[in-house]
Structure formats: structure tokens, C-alpha cells
Design a protein around this ligand. Structure first.
Ligand code: C5P
Length: 230
């Protein structure tokens, strides 16, 4: 597995704001994540521009639709040349299988979101999803694995059990990372980079601790130093 474990979340509303940060980063030290806000505002041209600067891009659009539509969207995203993209595991087995079929294994990494961490027990009750959230996460991660996806997005706190269940080749992509001394912002359950890797994370999605840092490049270097050799 590549040692480039940091994925910087570009949670911005315009290319100009995103590029202000990206211009201070180094593709040898991190990858980049573009979510639905930035992609909706800028379209594929920004993705192509960032790739031309040497960055791997995780296109975080969380596709969730009928299998044919998701398969076609995955194909379109993969043909942009992105490194990673994702779908919702709640779309079910046929949708996950169709997404997998659309993207040859070994090209763009295809991962799934299990349960959104914003969902609490009341939200699950409202939509009629029974069971404890950790059990639902495990079930959806197992389903993603069974459909030959490359991994899932999960909390670093869920990583130890998922790593044990799903083996060493399955990617665990974990947000909710904070450095010692960082404020937690709106994240409820946070983990340091070192602890996340020790828990079994493959890649760390990190937004504000890098994008709002006085020196984003230095923040990347410090995180890489913290996890080097793990
Ligand atoms: O700024 P911060 O490090 O909190 O950003 C985390 C990134 O990870 C954001 O892009 C957020 O949308 C994403 N994310 C998350 N929790 C999840 C899934 C994705 O924070 N469960």
C-alpha cells in the first residue's frame, strides 16, 4: 500500500479558494478530496487541473441511485482519471455490483460510505433502519467487501473491528482526524493521525487541520512525520 496516507479535504465553494490552499501543498506529501460542493461549483475542469499538477484526486460524490445510473456515473468519474471515488452502500448489493462492474479493478479505487456519521438513533428510527449503528456499519462494510469494492469510509474508532473482519487489503478511509492541540470543530468522535493508523486506517481524510493551518505544507509534513514508519 502506498505510504501517501493523507487526503486533504478541499471543502470550499470555489476553485479560487481551493487553489489558494492547493498552491501551498505538495503532491509528494498528500492527495486531495473534492466533494459535492466544490465539484458542483467548478465541474471536472478543476479535477483535471489538480491532476495536471500531479495530485491524486478522491472524487467524493457518494453516488446513490438505480444500478444502471450509478454504473454510468462511476464510469464517467473514472474516465476523468480520478484515483478514488465512492458510492453509498445503502444503495444495496445490485447497485454496488454494478458500480464495481463499471470500473475495472486496479484502476480507480471504488469505496463505499456505510452509514453517515451524522445519523443518530432517531434518524435511523425515522427511516426504519433497525439495529445498532455499529452493527449496521459492519453489515454494510461486509456487503461492500462481498461486492468486491476496494474499501469503505469509516471512523477510525470503527477501524479495528472492520480491519479484523475484512482483512489487510481492504481500504479503510477515515475522517474525523485532529492533531493534539487542534479544536474539534463540529467533529464529535476524533482520533489523532497516529492512533488512526494504529487502529488500521489506510488513508486519513483531513480538512480543517490542514486547510486552515497557518502553514498547510508544514501541517502535512508534521502529520507525515507522526505516522512515518507505522
Ligand atoms: O475539516 P475536517 O477534517 O473535519 O473534514 C473532514 C472531511 O471528511 C469533510 O470533507 C467531511 O465532509 C468528510 N467526512 C466526515 N465524516 C464522515 C464522512 C466524511 O467528516 N463520516
Amino acid at each position: 500500500m502506498s505510504k501517501l496516507r493523507i487526503i486533504v479535504a478541499l471543502d470550499f465553494g470555489s476553485a479560487a479558494e481551493a487553489l489558494k490552499v492547493v498552491d501551498q501543498l505538495d503532491p509528494q506529501l498528500c492527495r486531495l478530496k473534492i466533494g459535492m460542493e466544490l465539484f458542483t461549483a467548478t465541474g471536472p475542469s478543476l479535477v483535471e487541473h489538480l491532476m495536471s499538477k500531479g495530485f491524486d484526486v478522491f472524487l467524493d460524490l457518494k453516488f446513490h441511485d438505480i444500478p444502471t445510473t450509478v454504473a454510468r456515473a462511476c464510469k464517467a468519474a473514472s474516465s476523468l482519471g480520478v484515483w478514488m471515488l465512492n458510492v453509498h452502500a445503502l444503495g444495496g448489493k445490485r447497485m454496488l455490483a454494478a458500480a464495481r462492474d463499471a470500473i475495472p479493478q486496479g484502476s480507480t479505487k471504488l469505496i463505499a460510505v456505510t452509514l453517515l456519521t451524522s445519523m443518530d438513533q432517531n434518524d435511523l428510527d425515522d427511516i426504519g433502519l433497525r439495529g445498532r449503528s455499529d452493527e449496521i456499519v459492519e453489515r454494510l462494510a461486509q456487503l461492500s467487501h462481498d461486492c468486491a469494492l476496494d474499501g469503505v469510509v469509516c471512523s477510525a474508532l470503527e477501524a479495528p473491528s472492520l480491519r479484523q473482519m475484512l482483512g489487510s487489503n481492504f481500504c479503510l478511509v477515515t475522517p474525523g482526524i485532529r492533531l493534539a492541540g487542534n479544536q474539534s470543530d463540529d467533529q464529535k468522535r476524533i482520533t489523532t493521525p497516529r492512533q488512526a493508523i494504529l487502529n488500521g486506517s489506510s488513508y486519513l481524510v483531513i480538512g480543517r487541520p490542514i486547510t486552515q493551518a497557518v502553514d498547510p505544507l508544514l501541517a502535512c509534513q508534521q502529520i507525515n512525520a507522526e505516522i512515518a514508519g507505522l
